[in-house]
Design a protein around this ligand. Structure first.
Ligand SMILES: [Zn+2]
Length: 107
């Protein structure tokens, strides 16, 4: 077995720190994506699309498919929103996705 270079541990610690920073950056970015916050709710034409659409947005932490835990109708800042709680089976991430149902859904 080859001897490890002395600075291996330092390199690993820097890599850990970079990974955490990258994860935080990804999570912050995800909140700016459509559906990531109440003010960025995704408009859908039918309530039946809420859960499939929420499942279609991958885990912001690891990219895996998320599971729908809960789906509620809430009023946030006087807007009627659908809030879907999702979690990731792979990394344990949990978060909310926000949707609004278009008023004129019958076009
Ligand atoms: Zn994940």
């Amino acid at each position: 077995m080859a001897k490890k270079p002395k600075r291996d541990r330092t390199v690993r610690r820097e890599a850990d720190r970079d990974a955490k920073k990258a994860l935080n950056d990804r999570l912050a970015l995800a909140r700016l994506e459509p559906g990531g916050a109440p003010e960025r709710a995704i408009e859908l034409v039918s309530a039946s699309l809420v859960e499939p659409t929420a499942r279609g947005i991958p885990c912001p932490a690891c990219g895996a498919t998320v599971r729908v835990q809960d789906h509620t109708a809430e009023t946030i800042e006087s807007r009627r929103l659908r809030v879907v709680r999702v979690d990731c089976a792979r990394c344990g991430f949990t978060g909310s996705r926000y949707f609004t149902i278009a008023e004129k859904a019958l076009n």
